[in-house]
Design a protein around this ligand. Structure first.
Ligand code: NAD
Length: 243
């Protein structure tokens, strides 16, 4: 069992889905975990249900808010060892139907939001010269996906944030990796038709869709000392699915 006792961790978008499963996995391994959600009441509720130390309101598109929240968590707990930049949105649109607003919200949440979180995490971890960051890419960021050009492009950017930040932060003892989930059953994918789910299951060698816990377990590994020589990687958590 992975031991994260004594570690302080922050998970963005930790109120449900993969984020909440990650909070639970880190708490189970002994870490002190702070989660964030867009809604303060929901964040507090999720934190108390999952055994997290605190649930705070945060919109990751707001760079100043991200910076001050991360600084505050590090100050309150004396350090910050682990940051999981999980918050993200997905909205489908065929090429001809893509509205400017969809481009803005997707890029500001998935790309800029992840960047703000990684920047703030790096600043907080730099002082102790140690830390582990995981960002949430996606299988579609590698293969592309019809009807998901904006989302897929945003997730390709997220994977690259991990690779570039890993190069920049390695000498400071900070590791940065991405997980690239396949199709995971959460609120994000709840709108998928039964036909689409069956098609994806059929294309998955392990014969099922993913669970939030499958991704959380991979994240827990990547932030642990068991992964101490792993950085700049994009780990597929997809049951072998090839799109
Ligand atoms: P979800 O919709 O259940 O959860 C997303 C979380 O992000 C929510 O807590 C939401 O409130 C939060 N969030 C969204 N916008 C935010 C903002 N501006 N500021 C702060 N928080 C914000 O989705 P999920 O399936 O748990 O996805 C988690 C991450 O994994 C996302 O980045 C998603 O793109 C990625 N991912 C999911 C799948 C999948 O199949 N579910 C596949 C690949 C990648």
């Amino acid at each position: 069992m992975t031991d994260l006792s004594g570690r302080v961790a922050l998970v963005t978008g930790g109120t449900r889905g993969i984020g909440l499963a990650t909070v639970r996995a880190l708490v189970e391994a002994g870490a002190t975990v702070v989660l964030t959600g867009r809604d303060e009441a929901r964040a507090k509720e999720a934190a108390s249900a999952a055994g997290a130390a605190a649930g705070l309101a945060l919109d990751v598109t707001d760079a100043k808010a991200v910076s001050s929240l991360v600084r505050g968590v590090a100050k309150e707990h004396g350090k910050l060892d682990v940051v999981v930049a999980n918050a993200g949105i997905m909205e489908d649109a065929l090429l001809g139907m893509i509205r400017e607003e969809l481009v803005d919200t997707t890029l500001s949440t998935n790309v800029a939001g992840t960047l703000h979180t990684v920047q703030a995490a790096a600043r907080a971890m730099m002082r102790k010269k140690t830390g582990a960051i995981v960002v949430l890419a996606s299988i579609v960021g590698e293969y592309g996906s019809a009807g998901q050009t904006v989302y897929a492009a945003s997730k390709a950017a997220v994977a690259n944030i991990a690779k570039s930040a890993a190069k920049e932060l390695g000498r400071s003892g900070i590791r940065v990796n991405a997980v690239a989930p396949g199709v995971i059953e959460t609120d994000l994918t709840a709108g998928l038709s039964e036909d689409a789910k069956a098609e994806n299951t059929g294309k998955t060698p392990l014969g099922r869709l993913g669970r939030a816990e499958d991704v959380a377990n991979a994240i827990r590994f990547l932030v642990s000392d068991e992964a101490s020589f792993i950085t700049g990687q994009v780990l597929g958590v997809d049951g072998g699915l090839v799109l």
